[in-house]
Design a protein around this ligand. Structure first.
Ligand code: NAD
Length: 298
């Protein structure tokens, strides 16, 4: 049994931290939101009142935070995690952040002789709770091996993508593709309906034909065919539209610095901007079908 600090008990982190508790570890949870810490301590976790209290003397640290600035803010500097953990601790940042921030934190940890991986996840809240996430890991081989036993308690697949920042690079490319095929799937269902096709019948056909994709068969944007999908509960997230927009903006920034053309990724970013600015801000990202079906795409 290890002692683990878990920072960021939000939609994703809360379920992930509980899975580490269920695996028999002592887990100290901290979040700026005290209600989240209270819920976690009711589920077998230990409440910490600050980042530094949580990480003091632990074997492992997991962070699940909104963006790069939050991650750099708590890892770097004299008051940061890197300066205050045991020298043999393994640090794992599972947030989705920009590649440059992930590399900067990885370098700061390496300079201090501390093992760190960027380990963003694929899979939503249900996968976080069910322990079936996919982890894409960036960092040295030795850090990957140290992180793996912890990540395996929270996921079904743990794959090393490469050196520091490579996990985030894989995540950004994956989520750009997700945004594009969700929009494509929404367009297909909206058009099918306008052509008089029953959505369930179109699903039955396309899910067994060459249009098949994850947005259709695991997260269908029309109610009915996939009972667990947010479309069956008024597009309550799930994976909120602003989170998808954040990932598409990361893809745009990253593509610019890598001199890569991403015409569909760029268009997906414009459509999700329109969606979040026209009532979709609180909705799941699959809710963009309502905007597309209403022909509001300009
Ligand atoms: P969330 O907003 O629900 O949770 C983030 C938590 O971090 C909040 O509880 C917030 O209070 C806390 N926090 C922020 N700054 C902090 C600090 N300095 N110290 C302690 N706590 C702090 O977000 P989420 O949906 O759990 O997503 C977390 C990360 O996972 C994001 O990077 C997101 O892109 C990524 N992600 C989300 C999903 C999803 O389906 N929600 C899927 C894959 C990846």
């Amino acid at each position: 049994m290890a002692v683990i600090a878990f920072i960021g008990l939000g939609n994703m982190g809360s379920g992930m931290a509980v899975n580490l508790v269920k695996a028999g570890h002592e887990v100290r949870g901290f979040d700026l939101n005290q209600d989240a810490v209270a819920v976690f301590s009711g589920q077998g976790g230990k409440a910490a009142s600050s980042v530094l209290e949580a990480v003091s003397g632990v074997d492992a640290v997991v962070t699940m935070l909104p963006a790069g600035k939050h991650v750099r803010g708590i890892y770097e500097g004299e008051e940061g995690i890197i300066a205050h953990v045991k020298p043999d601790a393994i640090l794992m940042d599972c947030s989705t952040i920009d590649v440059d921030s992930a590399r900067a934190v990885g370098e700061a940890a390496a300079t201090a002789g501390i093992k760190f991986v960027d380990a963003p996840v694929s899979g939503g809240v249900a996968a976080a709770e069910g322990g079936t996430l996919t982890f894409m890991v960036g960092g040295p081989e030795s850090a990957f091996e140290a992180a793996r036993p912890y990540l395996e308690k929270m996921g079904k697949a743990v794959i090393r993508a490469g050196d520091a920042g490579a996990g985030q690079a894989a995540k950004i490319c994956n989520n750009m593709l997700l945004g594009i095929h969700m929009i494509g799937t929404c367009e297909a269902f909206a058009l099918a309906q306008k052509l008089g096709l029953d959505p369930q019948r179109f699903f039955d056909i396309s899910s067994k034909a060459s249009g098949q994709n994850w947005s259709m068969t695991s997260y269908c944007p029309v109610p009915g065919p996939v009972p667990a999908a947010p479309s069956n509960r008024g597009y309550k997230p799930g994976f909120a539209a602003p989170m998808m927009l954040k990932d598409l903006r990361l893809a745009l920034e990253t593509a610019q610095s890598a001199d890569a053309a991403i015409p569909l990724g760029a268009h997906a970013e414009r459509l999700y901007t329109l969606f979040t600015e026209s009532g979709g801000n609180e909705k799941d990202f699959s809710g963009i079908i309502e905007m597309i079906a209403a022909n509001r795409t300009e």
